[in-house]
Design a binder for this molecule. Structure first.
Ligand code: FE
Length: 242
């Protein structure tokens, strides 16, 4: 069931882009979005730690994330990372990874690692980042953007539908080629996570009876919309206890 991702595909349409560009105004400047450069890896890795704490299949690993980010930033033919900056700090990011569709006979992109710092949510930052990525792909003559999101993350799915993406009937399959990577994902399954807002501990051994989460459920497998039973903070507000 962990692999029951949904796949959402966008065929970029001229009409959609025109609608997006004319109807949206943000409470910040689009100039605050730029392409990530060398030196941004550490801040982007910190944002990815929040994303991977939220998603079911992943766990944060700062060193691995910085390595992956540096590979993209240092090799522009692989993709682009776009960041939203305010007060000299990166508050949100999204990336496009480049590949080719033989069906379309042209370049296509995978949209990955879309994340906004919790305190910057509900301000249109994510929306502006996705608009920026779509505009970039359109300008560079890409034919399609594909993305994955958690199958139970209804708000993310509504968001991407509102951006013109449509749900695919395709199902995602994965095979980890290094068994140590799988071991790393499961390594912390028994460890507790603490709510930054109120200090409440999620203990996998106990689960969360109030939300009908069974005992033995690792934090990473909690539903995307699960929240702290005390203060209602979402998964993004939890930290793995060392
Ligand atoms: Fe809490």
């Amino acid at each position: 069931m962990e692999l029951a991702y949904c796949r959402i595909v966008l065929k970029i349409a001229e009409q959609d882009m025109a609608t997006i560009q004319h109807n949206v105004s943000y409470p910040f400047s689009m100039n605050q979005i730029r392409t990530a450069a060398a030196g941004d890896e550490r801040q982007c890795a910190a944002l990815l730690a929040i994303l991977f704490a939220q998603e079911k299949e992943f766990l944060p690993d700062a060193e691995a994330q910085a390595r992956g980010l540096a590979a993209i930033i240092g090799n522009p033919e692989l993709g682009r990372i776009f960041v939203f900056e305010s007060g000299g700090l990166i508050r949100g990011m999204v990336m496009l990874l480049f590949t080719v569709s033989t069906w379309l006979g042209k370049k296509v992109a995978l949209l990955e690692d879309m994340i906004v710092a919790p305190e910057w949510r509900e301000k249109g930052v994510g929306s502006a980042l996705v608009d920026h990525a779509i505009e970039y792909a359109k300008t560079e003559d890409f034919g399609r953007i594909t993305l994955l999101t958690d199958s139970d993350n209804q708000s993310a799915q509504r968001f991407y539908l509102s951006k013109g993406f449509s749900r695919s009937e395709m199902v995602v399959f994965r095979k980890l080629l290094d068994t140590s990577d799988l071991a790393a994902i499961k390594e912390h399954d028994a460890d507790p996570w603490m709510c930054r807002e109120c200090g409440w501990l999620y203990d996998p051994a106990e689960g969360d009876q109030e939300s009908r989460v069974k005992a033995g459920t690792p934090f990473r497998l909690l539903p995307s919309d699960w929240s702290c039973p005390v203060c209602f903070a979402g998964k993004a507000f939890f930290d793995l206890l060392p």
